[in-house]
Every structure is written in structure tokens, then in C-alpha cells.
Design a binder for this molecule. Structure first.
Ligand code: SF4
Ligand code: SF4
Length: 319
């Protein structure tokens, strides 16, 4: 049994929508079968106004136990570090989060805005947004690099824009059943279960990647790395293993991966020409190459494959 409080800051509610779409288990099953008790959620909570404020005060006073604090959206500190741009229950949300994080069993940041600041933190960042324990790739964020919850863990980051429902539900269940100690997290506090392999693992275009066969938006039979900026080879996430809606993924539908589970997202701060477009040197060589390879090694291998493809059959993969 775990009491969950879910709060939102600078958010579009995309992660809530994703969570509500969970299938195995569903949100209802989380409550009936997996012992989650949702104390309050901004979309589904029945309490309003003073009732919510009283609940938050009771949590801070120790009258109500909060095992998991889920936070969705960026932590808004503006203007001038007052946080008043995001008022909630009669005070800046950032003040609530500071105090609630001190009494939380575990803190779970869901989505890129909560984990590293996401799109709201792109310069000039007028809302002074940041993530709970990271600001982009840098550890620190709002709670500081040294923060650990009462359960002894730093903020558990479940990134994504939005996060996959299974990534959310499985971590909440792991905490609820007392198994979160079995979940390893990486340097960016992401559960390794979901964020070790690259998006490319399981992509149906991977043969075309190997053979340097160019694809395009919605076009079958090619890879999206060469022209439309697919970040599958440098993005750690299980999107092609744990499929979305149990059906598909961006790259299986021939849409480039935008790299939304990496702390640099949105990459290059949305600089013109950097979104869904492969950035190149001299119009030929990709500026970013698959992780684990030097640029020189990659360029040599790519050139060799172009001249002598190992398999001349272009794979038509997308259904
Ligand atoms: S479409 Fe993207 S993920 Fe799929 S093989 Fe190409 S680069 Fe990799
Ligand atoms: S395919 Fe890429 S952009 Fe899409 S959800 Fe997965 S990691 Fe994010």
C-alpha cells in the first residue's frame, strides 16, 4: 500500500494523459490490485480549494503519510526566483515542493519538464523553469544535487515527452510493493530497466540504417537517420521493445525519434534547422553519430557500406 500525491507545475498534462492510458495494469487496477492510493491528482482528484490545501498541510504535519510524491511539469521559479508565476493552493508551487519533498518517501519526476526542465527551460526560459534534480544535463535542478528522499533515493526520473505509461506504472508498483531497491538507476536517475538500450533496438528500419538507405517521413523502406534527424541510435529508451499502445512506435511509423528521453531534450535548444533535420558538416557528414563510435570510425564505416552494401535488398518494414 502506498499513498501517492501527484502535482503539476509547468505542464501540458501529457504525462497524465499517458498515465491514464496505461493498460497493463490500468490505473484502476493499480488502485484495486496493486495497493496504490491516490491522495490527490489535479485531473482526477475530487477535492478542490481549501480541501486540497488542508490535505497538503496534513501531509506536512505528518497526519497523512505520503509515500510517493509524483511531480509532472517544470519547476517554475520565476519571476526573479519568487515562483509566483506558478501559484497553487495559495502559495508558490515551488514552496510546496520544497517542503513536501522533505517528507516524501520517494519522489518521482515524470516527463522531461519535471526531470530536466524540458521545453519550458529552453533559453530565454522566461518562467525560470528547471527540473527537480537536473537542469538539462547538469545535476542540481531545484532540489539540489545532494537531495535524497526519506526512502534513501534521489529523485527517480522517468523522462519522456510524454513518458510511456508502463514506465510510470511499473515504477509506482515497484515502490508500492517494496521492490524499488531492486531497480537500478543510471547517472541521470533513470531506471535502467527502461533506459539502457537505445530506441534503435527493435526498430524495424535497422537494416536500412546499417545499409545507409535513406528514408523519409511516413515513407516505407528507409532509415530516418540520414535526412530527418532520427535520434534512435543515441537515445536510451524502450520505445521499440515496449510498444506504444501495444502497437507501434514513432520509428516504426517512420517518424524520427526526437530523443525525448535524453537530458538534452529538446536538443540544440530548438535551434533553427535542428528539429527533424539531420545536422551535417559540409552538407554530407552527420554532426552527431551513434553512441559508442567516434565520428571518424562512423564515417569510414558509412562510406564503406555506401560503396559495398552488405545486403542490397531494401527492407520494407512499416505496416
Ligand atoms: S529509423 Fe531511427 S531508430 Fe530506426 S534504424 Fe533508423 S536511425 Fe535507428
Ligand atoms: S521514439 Fe524517441 S522521441 Fe519518441 S517517445 Fe521514444 S524516445 Fe521519445
Amino acid at each position: 500500500m502506498a499513498n501517492v500525491l501527484w502535482l503539476q507545475g509547468g505542464a501540458c498534462s501529457g504525462n497524465t494523459m499517458s498515465f491514464l492510458n496505461a493498460e497493463e495494469p490500468t490505473v484502476v487496477e493499480l488502485i484495486t490490485d496493486f495497493g496504490l492510493n491516490i491522495l490527490w491528482h489535479p485531473t482526477t482528484g475530487l477535492q478542490i480549494g481549501d480541501q486540497v490545501q488542508d490535505l497538503l498541510k496534513d501531509i506536512l504535519a505528518g497526519k497523512v503519510q505520503m509515500d510517493i510524491l509524483v511531480y509532472e511539469g517544470s519547476l517554475i521559479q520565476g519571476p526573479n526566483n519568487t515562483g509566483t508565476m506558478n501559484y497553487f493552493a495559495d502559495r508558490p508551487m515551488m514552496d510546496w515542493i520544497k517542503e513536501l519533498s522533505e517528507v516524501a518517501g520517494y519522489v518521482v519526476a515524470i516527463g522531461d519538464c519535471a526531470t530536466w526542465g524540458g521545453i519550458p527551460a529552453v533559453p530565454p526560459n522566461p518562467s525560470e523553469s528547471t527540473g527537480l534534480q537536473f537542469h538539462k544535463k547538469n545535476k542540481g535542478g531545484f532540489l539540489g544535487a545532494d537531495y535524497v528522499s526519506k526512502g534513501g533515493l534521489p529523485v527517480i526520473n522517468i523522462p519522456g515527452c510524454p513518458a510511456h505509461p508502463d514506465w510510470i506504472t511499473q515504477i509506482l508498483v515497484a515502490i508500492s510493493v517494496g521492490r524499488i531497491g531492486d531497480v537500478q538507476i543510471d547517472d541521470y536517475h533513470r531506471p535502467k530497466t527502461f533506459f539502457t538500450d537505445f530506441v534503435q533496438t527493435g526498430c524495424t528500419n535497422v537494416v536500412n540504417f546499417a545499409q545507409k538507405v535513406d528514408g523519409g517521413f511516413g515513407r516505407r523502406g528507409g532509415c530516418l537517420f540520414y535526412e530527418v534527424g532520427c535520434r534512435g541510435p543515441m537515445t536510451r529508451a524502450s520505445c521499440n521493445n515496449i510498444l506504444w499502445n501495444r502497437q507501434s512506435s514513432k520509428t516504426r511509423a517512420n517518424h524520427p525519434c526526437l530523443g525525448c528521453t535524453e537530458p538534452g531534450f529538446p536538443h540544440h535548444d530548438l535551434k533553427k534547422g535542428s528539429v527533424m533535420k539531420t545536422m551535417k558538416y559540409m552538407g554530407t557528414f552527420p554532426k552527431e553519430v551513434p553512441e559508442g563510435r567516434t565520428k571518424l570510425a562512423y564515417y569510414m564505416e558509412a562510406g564503406f557500406q555506401k560503396i559495398m552494401p552488405s545486403n542490397k535488398t531494401v527492407q520494407e518494414t512499416s505496416k
